[in-house]
Write a protein that binds this ligand. Structure first.
Ligand SMILES: Nc1ncnc2c1ncn2[C@@H]1O[C@H](COP(=O)(O)OP(=O)(O)O)[C@@H](O)[C@H]1O
Ligand SMILES: [Mg+2]
Length: 261
């Protein structure tokens, strides 16, 4: 059986930041339609990995391919690639003086020349997809944390990107809102035919919707397999992270965040 071409492929990638190697020896292949959970303790390099996928950070070694092509170096091609990647960053990034609908419409106004009524229509469809059409005229301050996160999700979907990446989509959400957001990630992935990469330290909320799980710790990928295999692992390093134990092979404060000068 021939495998479909991967949406994301990393081969022996090294990622440096501030003159320091953060991750090394990264090998990863994400197939179309998958929801991949990237787990790991805070400071392990999860956001750094995402930055390599959007071309925000160049690999110090190895190859990073998205949609079957190496990350382009030319600015215009890089912008084109980024239109194909929907990014939900930590903190939503909603503009507070714009309504939900205006926030969702931002990428359409910035990157297309579609007439206003068409944009309005697309915005309504995206808000509908996240179950928030009734909130189109609400301002971010009028929304609950979970609703605001879903508006941000609708905005990330605005340009119909085939690849979605989520950086800590559950931060600040209560367990019910977390469940809603993760179920939505899975449902949108399947109904819209997307591929999704979810970076999080929320293991128990994320694994149930994931097809594949990676654990990043101590400068590399320390686990790659199914969520079931992850739950069953006896690897002490991975168990320490899963079970939230302070002592073990993952050094506490192993990678302190250096203050910006
Ligand atoms: N812009 C930067 N310059 C220098 N070091 C950075 C930068 N961003 C992150 N780091 C460092 O890289 C490591 C991994 O950070 P990050 O990828 O944000 O981890 P995570 O998302 O898993 O919490 C940390 O030690 C952090 O201090
Ligand atoms: Mg992070």
């Amino acid at each position: 059986m021939t495998q479909p071409a991967p949406i994301v492929r990393l081969q022996d990638v090294r990622l440096d930041r501030g003159g320091r190697t953060i991750l090394r020896g990264l090998d990863l292949s994400v197939s179309p339609g998958q929801v991949v959970a990237v787990l790991g303790p805070s400071g392990s390099g999860k956001s750094t990995l995402l930055a390599a996928l959007t071309g925000e950070l160049d690999a110090a070694a190895g190859t990073v391919e998205v949609f079957g092509r190496p990350i382009p170096t030319r600015h215009r091609e890089l912008l084109e690639l980024r239109k194909g990647i929907g990014v939900l960053l930590q903190g939503n990034g909603l503009l507070t003086d714009l309504s939900a609908a205006e926030n969702v419409g931002l990428p359409l106004r910035a990157h297309t020349r579609l007439p206003k009524p068409v944009i309005e229509r697309l915005v309504d469809m995206k808000l509908h997809a996240v179950g928030l059409r009734a909130a189109r005229d609400a301002y971010p301050r009028e929304l609950s944390g979970g609703m605001a996160r879903r508006v941000a999700l609708a905005r990330a979907l605005a340009l119909d990107p085939p690849l979605m990446i989520y950086d800590e989509p559950l931060t600040g959400l209560d367990p019910i809102a977390s469940g809603v957001v993760m179920a939505l990630v899975r449902r949108l992935n399947d109904t819209l035919g997307l591929t999704s990469i979810v970076v999080t330290h929320h293991v128990h909320e994320t694994l149930p919707v994931a097809d594949h799980a990676l654990v990043i710790a101590n400068g590399g990928i320390v686990f790659s397999g199914t969520p079931e295999a992850l739950q069953a692992t006896t690897d002490p390093l991975v168990r320490q992270f899963l079970d939230g134990q302070p002592d073990g092979p993952i050094g506490f404060d192993a990678a302190p965040r250096t203050e910006a000068a």
